[in-house]
Design a protein around this ligand. Structure first.
Ligand code: HEM
Length: 962
């Protein structure tokens, strides 16, 4: 059972999270005022200058060739632009202009809507899948109605789009035999690790992406049986029937444990399925939250007997949870995946290309968003990244193929063999709840063991992917590549040069230019004679590859590297659920906030770590590099971290083993925030004389705040007051700031005060969260860093006052000049007598006061709530006025009673003991020290309840969160 302290702290945590400031366009959190500057300066100084003279040739080339001969991609304009954007200061106008320009450019690389298709999409209308009474946007199972005006655009079972009509005149019969092309240009000759240290898990995620958008029909290669959207169709299914096969339909909106619907993935390495299981679990986590928070108070508890009501509730929770879960998928794509592709994670940059932004052209027209999308054959061919399959995954695939095609060598398997297997041996049973992978067994509740899922993921993070390269594809996939080449021909795909022209790149004039390796270019020249004949698939996969440099992390062939960005932009920007419908209204306020990334979480703006910490907490302890940088092999990432000037020691680099949940003891967490030993400062702070003095301050501060914060209602003489947010939360803050730290509080009478009390409350309550509340591993990094900075800053302040008080010079001088002494001299003198270094004493004062301020306020708020709810305001008034010990005693009993009844006590149970509480339910920590709490709380209540003009608004709760 959580301790009273922990439960008390819960609301402080919720409060501080709900106050995170969001960028209105992207919904992303804005760094706190107190941390923003230092953080940015530090990053910028590490990253280097945004522009250097050596970049000039690339920019000149761009200007000359943008609409003419095509860009020379060997001059790395794109990389330079990306680097420039990542290094320009946040909020810079130039950065925003370039970002908008680049996103507009990439989006317009492909026509919207796509022009030609391999066959005609369905004509006429198609049925609208929205059930009656649904007032939120939801993703139709089959990808229809993403563009409401062209509802079949990108729908499951429609033909692929064609971006580039070919004018190549070489007859198909003159093209080299597909098997010979594989054996000459594509077959892996040696294992070469990925030059950027990308892990096999990165390609497992890429595998999820391609399966989401490509599923070429074996009956008709022109048809794509996947939708053209990153809608997690691999998890949810591509038809109503499939979606229903995973749903519980019991009103919870949840799916069965650890299920997904795309059976093709069962034949992929187990890390691919393990990664998808994380998203499967996330659906249920989100559904649980949405129903328990119940933002509109419309959900009923289960079981729901009325079947119609059950369906309505289940649909709503399911669809909203799916929107949130696919938003997580999108964030992992944009933050982790594209972050690695562009080398941003490697270089410690939190900047990302954000294709979802609202952007305008120079003529003020909006760059379109959410218009729909249809994937094209060119991108299907471009995405066949089989060269990167790691050695371990190759060995695994070989085992699978041996079972599927017993007795056959890799070069004896035919396309017909593969298609036959795909229709029979590769079809699992219809019950998704019984599917397994990687030899795993399901438990009685249907789920896999965390240990097993984590094991696959850890291994995939640890194993290096292979490099993109000509002659890089494992022999076992020979038949798949032959099929790919033949599909390209059957589709009438364009040549490599035609594709390059289409995306604005200069076409190659020779095979040498395409790939300078003589063995490769001569082999290609023999097969194709003319560079213009070079087929798209082969041309893309055997092209010279990029090397890691700022702006380049994936390091595929040059053309893939350019085109992949257009695809990423079009897929996400074209999806209305990721853009125009990506709103708190559809996702719920909680869901919308939950799927935002935190750029200060230690993952350089990644999102996957949040999911790994959340769903496998025992196997991803806080600070594990396996969680923060799952897409880069830890050994490589460790090198990058130290070359960025960051401390390797901030992370753990070894493979995680099972670690008990929780973050250790309170003392342990305090130690992580302060560098000096904590000493006891209770006596100077909480002696009865000191508390008498503080209690009187609390009374006066409360009175002052009440007068200041009253707001007059429109057309009325009634004034209203946010008793928790504006008074109770701020009283201890004002006391700590003014009475201990010598800071003046901004107010209507002192607008130039040193600090805003609400800002201070916010940063102090982060420290409270870190020490007392946080058990969420994904929050640990950000909370620790923010808290450590707060503790350091404010402790320094106290330390300076302490040092000054020992000399007493400042105040002596002020007294001599008949000025008010500038700080609480007697308190500082008492603190000065504590045995310990000033740094220790200062940090200890911070911990005793500021770190528990939010807990103090929460407890007082509960008491006030109890008083109003139980109509005891008049009794409290009578007890506290006039002031006497008996009346104060009565109110102290009431405080104890309130806290016990609000379930914050463990000393007393009226039902069991039948006695009134005699002891306080509070723990002896900081401002919750009972002798301090009870005396000071009484004074706050006196200031509130001895007035006759404070009543609770009818039908409105005391705002406990605020
Ligand atoms: C060990 C890992 C992998 C294995 C065993 C594998 C196997 C296969 C197989 C069997 C197919 C043919 C599917 C069909 O037509 O039914 C295929 C197609 C494909 N693969 Fe892979 N693959 C792997 C990794 C990857 C990766 C990492 C990517 C790129 C991110 C990729 C991209 C593709 C694409 C785009 C297709 C065409 C899909 C379609 O048109 O439906 N594969 N792969």
């Amino acid at each position: 059972m959580p301790s009273p302290l922990t439960r008390l702290a819960g609301a402080a945590a919720n409060f501080s999270r709900s106050r995170v400031e969001l960028n209105e366009t992207t919904g992303t959190p804005i760094p706190k005022l107190l941390t923003r500057n230092i953080y940015e300066v530090e990053k910028a100084s590490r990253a280097g200058p945004p522009f250097s003279l050596s970049d000039l040739p690339a920019y000149i080339d761009a200007v000359k060739n943008m609409n003419g001969a095509g860009l020379d991609d060997r001059k790395f304009l794109l990389e330079k632009l990306l680097t420039l954007m990542s290094r320009l200061p946040k909020g810079s106008r130039l950065r925003k202009t370039i970002e908008e320009y680049v996103i507009g450019l990439l989006y317009r690389d492909l026509p919207h809507p796509p022009g030609p298709y391999l066959a005609l999409p369905p004509a006429g209308t198609i049925p609208y899948p929205q059930p009656a009474g649904v007032h939120y946007a939801f993703r139709p199972a089959d990808g229809s109605f993403y563009n409401p005006l062209t509802p079949s655009l990108g729908k499951v079972g429609t033909p692929y789009a064609r971006s580039v009509p070919t004018r190549t005149t070489i007859p198909p019969s003159h093209l080299p035999d597909a098997a010979t092309v594989f054996d000459t240009l594509l077959r892996r000759d040696q294992v070469l690790s990925h030059p950027g240290g990308l892990s096999s898990l990165f390609f497992a995620f890429a595998n999820l992406i391609i399966h989401s958008i490509f599923d070429t029909s074996h009956a008709d290669w022109s048809i794509n049986n996947a939708s053209s959207y990153l809608d997690l169709g691999i998890l949810y299914g591509t038809s109503e029937k499939q979606v229903n096969s995973i749903r519980r339909l019991d009103g919870s909106g949840k799916i069965w444990n650890d299920v997904f619907t795309d059976s093709r993935l069962l034949f992929m390495p187990p890390s691919v399925c393990a990664l998808l299981i994380i998203f499967s679990r996330n659906h249920n986590y989100v559904a649980d939250k949405i129903s328990s928070i119940n933002e509109k108070s419309t959900f009923s508890s289960l079981p729901i007997t009325d079947s119609a009501a059950r369906t309505v509730q289940d649909d709503e929770i399911f669809h909203r949870a799916r929107l949130v879960n696919t938003a997580f998928f999108m964030q992992v794509i944009l933050r982790d995946y594209v972050g690695v592709i562009l080398g941003m994670v490697r270089d410690g940059s939190i900047w990302r290309l954000n294709p979802l932004e609202v952007a305008r052209d120079s003529d003020h027209s909006l760059t379109p968003r959410g218009e729909g999308n249809a994937v094209s054959i060119e991108f299907n061919l471009l995405y066949r990244w089989h060269a990167c399959i790691s050695e371990q995954d190759t060995a695994w695939t070989e085992q699978v193929f041996k079972k599927l095609f017993p007795g056959k060598e890799w070069d004896q398997i035919t396309v017909a063999d593969f298609q036959a297997a795909a229709g029979t041996a590769m079809r699992p049973g219809p019950d998704v709840k019984a599917w397994t992978f990687g030899g795993l067994e399901r438990g009685t509740d249907g789920s896999f063991k965390d240990a097993d899922i984590a094991d696959f993921l850890h291994s995939a993070t640890e194993s290096a992917a292979c490099a993109f390269k000509a002659r890089g594809i494992p022999s076992v996939l020979r038949v798949i590549e032959i099929m790919g080449i033949e599909q390209g021909r059957a589709w009438g795909a364009c040549s490599l040069n035609e594709f390059r022209k289409f995306v604005g790149l200069r076409p190659y004039e020779s095979f040498e230019e395409w790939n300078p390796d003589p063995e490769i270019n001569q082999a290609a020249a023999n097969l194709y004679q003319d560079i213009d004949n070079l087929e798209l698939h082969v041309g893309l996969q055997a092209e010279e590859t990029k090397i890691p440099m700022p702006g380049a992390g994936l390091c595929p062939g040059y053309t893939i590297s350019r085109a992949i960005l257009s695809d990423a932009v079009c897929l996400t920007r074209g999806d209305r659920f990721m853009t125009t419908e990506f709103t708190p209204f559809n996702l719920t306020v909680w869901g919308y906030n939950d799927c935002q990334f935190d750029e200060n979480d230690g993952s350089f703006g990644g999102m996957l770590s949040k999911l790994l910490f959340r769903h496998l907490p025992e196997y991803y302890p806080p600070g594990s590099a396996y969680a923060h940088f799952a897409f880069i092999v830890p050994e490589s990432m460790r090198g990058y971290i130290s070359s960025q000037g960051c401390s390797e020691d901030d992370y753990t680099w070894t493979r995680p083993t099972k670690t008990p949940l929780g973050l250790g003891t309170i003392e342990n967490r305090v130690q992580k925030l302060v560098r000096y030993p904590i000493v006891s400062v209770k006596k100077p702070l909480f002696s009865s004389r000191a508390v008498d003095h503080t209690a009187s301050s609390f009374f006066h501060i409360t009175k002052r705040l009440i007068e200041e914060k009253f707001v007059l209602d429109i057309d009325s003489t009634t004034r209203h007051l946010n008793i928790v947010g504006d008074i109770v939360n701020l009283v201890p803050i004002c006391w700590i700031a003014e009475g201990i730290m010598d800071l003046s509080i901004k107010s209507t009478t002192d607008p130039d005060g040193d600090v805003d009390a609400k800002d201070v409350y916010s940063v102090f309550s982060e420290v409270t969260d870190y020490i007392f509340v946080n058990i969420d591993h994904s929050q640990d990094w950000a909370l620790h860093n923010a808290s450590a900075e707060t503790v350091c800053k404010f402790s320094l302040l106290i330390e300076a006052l302490l040092r000054d008080s020992t000399s007493g010079l400042v105040n002596a001088l002020k007294r001599f000049l008949k000025l008010k002494p500038s700080y609480n001299e007697s308190l500082m003198r008492r603190l000065g007598r504590v045995f310990g270094r000033p740094q220790s004493v200062a940090a200890s004062v911070f911990m005793e006061t500021a770190a528990t301020a939010a807990l103090f306020s929460k407890a007082v708020a509960l008491v006030i709530d109890y008083i109003f709810e139980n109509s005891k305001a008049r009794d409290v008034h009578n007890s506290l006025h006039p002031k006497d010990a008996k009346g104060d005693g009565e109110v102290i009993s009431l405080i104890r009673e309130a806290l016990h009844l609000q379930d914050f006590g463990h000393y007393w149970d009226e039902q069991v003991l039948g006695v009134r509480p005699t002891e306080t339910p509070l723990e002896n920590y900081g401002l919750l020290d009972p002798s301090f709490f009870e005396r000071t709380a009484v004074e706050i209540l006196r200031a509130v309840f001895t007035r006759d003009d404070i009543v609770k608004r009818p039908n409105q709760p005391v705002n406990m969160g605020r």
